[in-house]
Design a protein around this ligand. Structure first.
Ligand SMILES: [Zn+2]
Length: 208
């Protein structure tokens, strides 16, 4: 299965009318946050495949439509914050937001993120029982602590994500939030059994 992963920046290579021809073998889109609704709706309409997403720390309020209505979520897309969904045999979960730095919405302390993780524990154990594994892919906005993160509070990773990786061994942990200026920063890191990917912009992963 070919998966398009996106976050943080609207990419010209994707946001144009020949996008469909260039990406016609994509089976699923995963968005790790901080992208405008129109962009997600464009991609999901053009490819006609499911799009699972989590919110980042930006775009926190409702957006206005041309007719003055408000939309709180991108149309045709599925928010998977705090839950695990199954798609073509893949178990995919998500956690929104980033580390609390100015008390804005969708910001969490490490303890609060730990608590969000506790809320899907039952589902993780059910997966282990019935599917012989906890989860295949976890999407988040923020990175794990010490991997692709930065020292300032806003861009610091969650320790609870690191514990998650070490306890539940997802095959992929995909995050955004960390903009890569130049090519100096790592975007792909192996930690134990998990490949951690900073998808800022876009990436394509292939998974059986
Ligand atoms: Zn962010």
């Amino acid at each position: 299965m070919k998966i398009l992963t996106i976050s943080d920046t609207v990419e010209r290579r994707l946001y144009n009318l020949s996008f469909k021809e260039d990406f016609n073998d994509i089976d699923l889109i995963l968005s790790c946050g901080d992208l405008p609704f129109y962009y997600l709706e464009f991609l999901v309409t053009m490819l006609n495949v499911p799009l699972f997403f989590v919110f980042g720390n930006h775009h926190t309020g409702a957006m206005l439509t041309a007719h003055g209505g408000s939309v709180k979520s991108p149309g045709g897309c599925v928010n998977i914050d705090d839950r695990i969904v199954a798609h073509k045999g893949l178990l995919i979960g998500g956690f929104e937001g980033c580390m609390r730095y100015n008390y804005g919405p969708r910001q969490y302390s490490d303890f609060e993120m730990w608590w969000k993780v506790q809320r899907i524990k039952l589902q993780l154990w059910k997966n282990k029982l019935f599917h012989k594994r906890y989860i295949d892919i976890l999407i988040t906005h923020a990175p794990p602590f010490g991997i692709h993160d930065q020292p300032d509070l806003c861009h610091r990773g969650f320790k609870s994500f690191r514990t998650f990786i070490e306890q539940y061994h997802p095959r992929y942990f995909i995050h955004g939030h960390i903009h890569r200026y130049g090519l100096q920063k790592d975007w792909k890191t192996q930690h134990q059994k998990t490949t951690i990917i900073n998808t800022c912009g876009h990436r394509i992963i292939e998974i059986e």
